[in-house]
Design a binder for this molecule. Sequence first.
Ligand SMILES: *Cc1c(COP(=O)(O)O)cnc(C)c1O
Length: 406
Amino acid sequence: MLFDPVRSLSKVRHEFGEHGGVNMSIETSTTFTVMAAEIMPEIFKGEKNPEQGGCFLYGRHFNPTVYVLGRYLAAIEGTESAYATSSGISAIACSIMQLCSPGDEIVASNAIYGGTFALFKQFFPLKTGIKVRFVDITNLDEVKGAMTENTRAIFTESISNPTMKIADISRLAAVAHQADAKLVVDNTFSPMILSPAQHGADIVIHSMTKFMGGGSDIIAGAVCASKEFIMELMDLHTGAMMLLGPTMDPRVAFDLSLRLPHLGLRMKEHSRRARFFADRLESFGLDVSYPGLKSHPQSTLLESMMNEGFGAGGLFAIDLGTADRAFEFMNDLQQHEGFGMLAVSLGYFDTLMSCSASSTSSELSDDELREAGIAPGLVRVSLGYTGTLEDRWDQFERALKRVKLI
Ligand SMILES: *Cc1c(COP(=O)(O)O)cnc(C)c1O
């Protein structure tokens, strides 16, 4: 039986509000009372946390409201446990720092979010002594060749930013596990669509800032993993999440908890529209990259992994040749057509577009951009679902004609 994240989420026990409200109450306290003095030492020994008997201690540790959001996240990804963080990048940083000590290594995809790239390329080696080897994650021999006895993790995005490369999660998991390392997958581009843990990933990360939040109004992240790993992250004396402190605020957790029930519906509509656009663009002979297209080199791989009914995602990329043409096209769409916005980020209800090489991937050198396959004229489009699909396509087509791309 295939994994169904919507069904899985629907099975999470409903949390009523204090007065029987249909929504849970927000627990805003930063500290929690114990019923007897003897319980306090037990909590500090790590013997009485929420997973073991429901004791809460302090807001930077577990909070009841954030804890409920964690249960939703775990259900969506089909992991034993999960917890939310104040940003996607802190979820990544804490997870890697928990797995590695100075001298340890990770093998990372070279086609990843620019901020993660900067964290791995500059910050980790200089500040923590964690070494990162970058590879083409679609080349398994290269991945295997980069593994050493010090490798603690393989890190990849499920669908890569912005090149739309697909990670072969089960094979990567096998490579990682053979070396006694963990597979860490950033699933920000494909919530609901892909469930990396179902294919062997050990730790699944989200930037909830994107599709999960859906409103481009909240910076947030998540780590979905085994109970053991979440406990490690939250260990009072040794946990990266506890000691570096990027736990989520309960008000934010509450807000996000209201958005996850319709995440599946939103992903379906993002995907339906992106598929329509990608088909049309391809029929005009444009260089479009969308993992749902048969022409995508890894469409079969994606099909073999994806959950049923959520499509292939809301993002596509078109290579318009030069940065100038990309700018002209995006300017026309925004200024002339009122179609979407020139902005970084993704997963918003309206369309967001940016030229990756000179924006979100500008951390990469020219050589690194070439290696990652990020062309100067590559426009990344995160297609929204406002307005009608027909009107939106007409706007896009008119802009293409106006700048003489078709
Ligand atoms: C945005 C993004 C991040 C970083 O998330 P923040 O919430 O901005 O910290 C990490 N990975 C991917 C794929 C992203 O798109």
